[in-house]
Design a protein around this ligand. Structure first.
Ligand code: AR6
Length: 181
């Protein structure tokens, strides 16, 4: 599924984030940039050890929640990996919404600053960090649509969902936000 605004578009697909042929893939990292399971595990396994070596050297203090840092992409097809730290869900009253929106926005800022045409996101915070999918989808998609209103780059924002369930949550939300044209 996709929605277009001029020459820019949001695209939803089912797949593996580590296999995306785009300029930038976004990693669902933790604030120590220590690696882990889920998306983080898949990206480091597919990209090889050079990614972690670089993040350790460049970002020894890690990355705060709601922020993102960039590295090269090792053996991935992408040019860069952006390591974004989404919030851990604590019931919704601990600034999680603001932090998730900020994580997405920081990724888009870094992507634009690196002249990226295409960026692939996973559903940040929706696995180990427990963020409810429908609430996270709304933030992810609204942030992307708002970004397109004021910026030319990137032109493609792709959300790579791991299975049919999260895909349909994102698809319903994108329809709700844009009409089912
Ligand atoms: N491709 C696309 N989506 C995936 C993939 C994949 N290869 N693998 C999992 N997902 P998570 P978080 C989905 O846990 O919640 C790590 O240990 C998954 O089903 O990867 O931000 C880090 O080191 C879910 O919908 O990220 C952190 O400690 C979504 O991607 C912590 O987990 C995000 O799940 C970050 O947790």
């Amino acid at each position: 599924m996709e929605r277009r605004w001029g020459n820019q578009r949001v695209e939803l697909m089912i797949g593996d984030i580590s296999k995306q042929n785009v300029d930038i893939v976004v990693n669902a990292a933790n604030s120590r940039l220590a690696g882990g399971g889920g998306v983080d595990g898949a990206i480091h396994a597919a990209g090889g050890p050079s990614i972690m070596m670089e993040t350790r050297r460049r970002y020894p203090d890690g990355c705060p929640t709601g922020e993102a840092v960039i590295s090269s992409a090792g053996e991935l097809a992408a040019r860069y990996v952006i390591h974004a730290v989404g919030p851990i869900w604590q019931g919704g009253s601990a600034q999680e919404e603001k932090e998730l929106e900020s994580a997405y926005t920081r990724c888009l800022e870094l992507a634009a600053a690196h002249d990226a045409t295409s960026v692939a996101f996973p559903a940040l915070s929706c696995g180990a960090y427990g963020y409810p999918l429908d609430l996270a989808a709304e933030i992810a998609l609204k942030t992307s649509i708002l970004w397109f209103k004021y910026h030319q780059q990137p032109r493609l924002i792709r959300f790579v969902l791991f299975s049919e369930g999260p895909y349909s949550v994102f698809a319903d939300k994108l329809e709700e936000l844009t009409g089912n044209s």
